[in-house]
Design a protein around this ligand. Structure first.
Ligand SMILES: Nc1ncnc2c1ncn2[C@@H]1O[C@H](COP(=O)(O)OP(=O)(O)OP(=O)(O)O)[C@@H](O)[C@H]1O
Ligand SMILES: [Mg+2]
Length: 194
């Protein structure tokens, strides 16, 4: 069977995600939080980047609230469009809505961090496969933000962990030369290291 194109795969997965009920999302977020909290390797991280959920993405907020209680510093993406760039700001109480309709923190410039400053980056995704390949929304924001470590094999780099609903797994994703693979994925069903 031919592989579906990235375009049709994105369309299909995003539709399935958006069709989940509120109850299913709440339950998935709870299970996701528990899989994370059971993993000692992840609990060592202090600076944690994550995302505000949109478009039916699995919701990391209950987990992030717990991590804040544990004293972790939580950061969320802030996007710039021309040129495309993603940086991180602290997860605080104040938000604005970006050009994609996604909430972004409002914070002082001195609090801005780069992906390289994080110990762990929890990444949204549209589809993933059993080898840690990741298909995003198609903006290339994550791939750009992570390109430096990927190419240079820099020693200190964040652990890259995708968060997804289990149905977002697909048999085999075509990986492009700029795609940065993940170290692990957590779904409502399980945590998997690659
Ligand atoms: N390091 C990079 N430098 C310049 N352009 C890049 C880089 N990485 C990706 N791109 C560009 O971004 C576009 C989208 O890439 P891709 O389809 O892999 O996005 P994605 O992984 O789905 O999105 P995201 O990274 O935001 O989750 C591609 O056309 C690619 O040329
Ligand atoms: Mg990519």
């Amino acid at each position: 069977m031919n592989q579906p194109s990235a375009v049709s795969l994105r369309h299909e997965m995003r539709q399935l995600r958006r069709n989940l009920t509120g109850d299913a999302q709440t339950q998935a977020a709870r299970l996701l939080r528990q899989h994370f909290l059971n993993e000692h390797r992840l609990l060592k991280a202090n600076m944690v980047g994550a995302y505000f959920p949109a478009d039916g993405e699995i919701n990391p907020i209950p987990l992030l609230n717990r991590l804040q209680q544990l004293g972790k510093q939580i950061y969320l993406p802030k996007l710039a469009t021309y040129p495309k760039k993603m940086v991180f700001l602290p997860f605080t109480g104040e938000f604005s809505v970006n050009q994609y309709g996604i909430l972004e923190p409002i914070a002082a410039a001195r609090d801005l961090r780069f992906a390289a400053d994080l110990d762990l980056l929890l990444m949204p995704l549209v589809a993933f496969d059993g080898r840690g390949n990741r298909l995003g929304m198609g903006g290339g924001y994550y791939d750009r933000a992570l390109a430096k470590f990927h190419r240079c094999g820099v020693l200190r780099r964040p652990k890259l962990v995708g968060l997804a609903h289990s149905f977002q797994q697909t048999p085999r994703l075509k990986s492009n030369r700029w795609d940065v693979p993940m170290h692990a994925v957590i779904t409502e069903q399980a945590l998997t290291w690659f």
